[in-house]
Design a protein around this ligand. Structure first.
Ligand code: SF4
Length: 363
């Protein structure tokens, strides 16, 4: 008997524990779940027919009950400046998201999206421009990692950053399930410390993450040290002002013993002057934290520019003088619009999409 398509489960939406439980309910021995997980996550096989250590009957049964819902690669663009590769992925409902594979200094990092579009409308970010469409499921998050792994020469990844399209904390449940699956030894086995969650500063979810007992890295997009500056480019600051955000970060650090990275996009004439640097130094002085300065990557909707190199150095020096660990990150993949703030997703096939139809994305 064939089952209706609505009853067919995407196996990638189940954590290893959930898959084992499901198999038991279906009368399939639980060690079979480990075999299936091994095919998908270790060997990158997304077709039950090719799982040759399963009996023909079991393969047939799995095909009737499950799909392995890997998105379709619609486009692949490789950077001429560095080795970054941007994948445009078509989801099962026809929406698109972008994922970036970034090999750098011995690391092989994948930057994943957590939503189609974003509600938060940060001025400098392509994701916030055209609004929000929907959350991604755990399977849609995990499969971005699987597809990016296939891009790497040795089929291995070292780091995962949730800095693609969407606000990860706005999709908290699926985010956490994806993190736990990616971290599981039965799936990709990526160490929690190699997974970075980046947020625009959703205070209740920073508090919630502090209670999860996870060793993940937390990165907070600050981009302004006062409410006036931050609010001018990040509307989320109205809900969670700087003082509240920083005191929550301090509590998170105290609770977890883990440092926070503050991301700070330097935009000339907005937040990149010496006074801005001094305000930032005062705000963060004494905290267990690091600041990542990112010269602004232009998008057409926000016609500003990065400060000059000497201005960037001066900004960094002011923070360092306050003993704040500070690095300057020149984004990878700028020539393929894959740098921080430049990612886009589209709601129909890119060949049919006009620029105005695009939902822009970043992290
Ligand atoms: S920076 Fe993050 S939260 Fe802000 S609009 Fe872009 S994706 Fe959304």
């Amino acid at each position: 008997m064939t089952r209706s398509s609505s009853a067919i489960l995407n196996i990638l939406n189940l954590t290893p524990e959930e898959l084992r439980k499901k198999f038991t309910e279906l009368g399939i021995q639980s060690y079979r779940a480990s075999q299936v997980l091994g095919w998908i996550y270790e060997k990158g096989v997304y077709d039950f027919e090719r799982m040759t250590n399963l009996s023909v009957d079991l393969r047939q049964k799995l095909k009737e009950m499950f799909v392995i819902g890997i998105p379709q690669e619609a486009e692949r663009e490789s950077s001429g400046e560095d080795q970054s590769t941007k994948l445009l992925l078509k989801l099962s409902d026809g929406n698109f998201v972008e994922t970036v594979y970034i090999p750098r200094e011995g690391r092989r990092t994948v930057c994943v999206s957590s939503q189609v579009g974003c509600k938060f409308h940060c001025a400098f970010c392509a994701s916030g421009q055209a609004g929000f469409l929907r959350h991604l499921s755990m399977g849609e998050i995990v499969s971005q990692v699987l597809l990016a792994r296939d891009v790497s020469a040795d089929k291995k990844l070292t780091n995962i950053v949730f800095m693609g399209i969407g606000e990860p904390f706005d999709n908290y449940r699926e985010l956490l399930r994806a993190v736990r699956t990616l971290n599981s030894k039965e799936a990709l086995g990526i160490g929690a410390r190699k997974i970075t969650i980046s947020t625009s500063g959703i205070v209740p979810k920073i508090e919630a993450l502090g209670e999860e007992g996870l060793q993940v890295e937390l990165s907070v997009s600050l981009h302004g040290a006062t409410d006036t500056v931050r609010e001018s480019i990040m509307p989320v600051n109205r809900a969670y002002p700087v003082k509240t955000l920083i005191s929550t970060c301090k509590k998170y650090i105290k609770k977890t013993g883990r440092a926070i990275t503050f991301e700070y996009i330097l935009i000339k004439g907005i937040n990149a002057g010496e006074k801005d640097a001094r305000d930032l130094a005062k705000l963060l002085k004494g905290m267990l934290c690091k600041v990542n300065l990112i010269p602004y990557n232009p998008i057409k909707e926000f016609e500003h520019e990065a400060p000059t190199y000497p201005e960037i150095v001066r900004f960094q020096q002011i923070l360092q003088a306050a003993e704040i660990k500070t690095t300057v990150r020149f984004s990878k993949g700028r020539d393929i619009q894959a740098a921080c703030g430049q990612l886009r997703s589209v709601t129909c096939h890119p060949e049919q999409a006009s620029d105005s139809e695009r939902v822009e994305g970043s992290g």
